[in-house]
Ligand binder design. Structure first.
Ligand SMILES: [Zn+2]
Length: 192
């Protein structure tokens, strides 16, 4: 009866070969929905038809998934405060990928959990939602964002793909002038 949901295109969702595989994919979808994944993320990571994902989402969340495109651009991840969080997440992802030998999706999930635990321990609110974290990993894997080693503290931080990496100093070692200071009452001459 819902005319807004289009008929399933023939290529949507990879054909699932076995019952076990089907279960595994369903479990993956449930896990990702539990972490706050949006429908576009599920569609690109889980090999189940869109209608099944929609039904799973509604069942677990009690509401339809939000519509519209994912709103994030690469710029957000290099702004001052999100950058520390984005860098933490990406380092965790790479650790899970290389050290843990996990595939992309599993490494992303494990990296996201590690990130959340870490910000919880240091008493900060998580700046990255699951969908944001997923977008970040995608930008990184597509070469739109990369990691640069800070010459001062040795940490690795997210930078744009075209940014120079040779003499990079991170924003924690050299914060922008405004950070941590109260704004001046005049609005003239923003950011110098
Ligand atoms: Zn640094």
């Amino acid at each position: 009866m819902d005319a807004r949901i289009p008929a399933e295109p023939p290529h949507a969702g990879m054909p699932v070969k076995s019952v076990l595989q089907d279960m595994e994919q369903t479990r993956l979808a449930v896990e990702m929905i539990g972490l706050g994944a949006r429908l576009q993320v599920l569609e690109s990571e889980v090999s189940l038809p869109r209608v099944r994902l929609l039904r799973l989402y509604k069942e677990l969340c009690g509401v339809s998934p939000p519509k519209g495109m994912l709103p994030f651009s690469t710029d957000w991840f290099v702004t001052w405060r999100p950058n520390a969080h984005a860098s933490m997440l990406l380092n965790a992802y790479r650790f899970m990928r290389r050290g843990g030998g996990l595939d992309g999706t599993r490494a992303m999930l494990a990296g996201f959990r590690m990130y959340r635990e870490h910000v919880g321990v240091i008493g900060e609110a998580a700046e990255l939602s699951f969908t944001r974290a997923w977008t970040l990993v995608r930008f990184y894997e597509r070469g739109m964002l990369q990691l640069a080693r800070c010459q001062c503290c040795g940490g690795k931080y997210v930078v744009h793909a075209h940014d120079p990496r040779r003499h990079y100093i991170c924003r924690l070692c050299m914060p922008p002038a405004r950070a941590g200071k109260s704004r001046k009452p005049t609005t003239a001459g923003a950011a110098g």
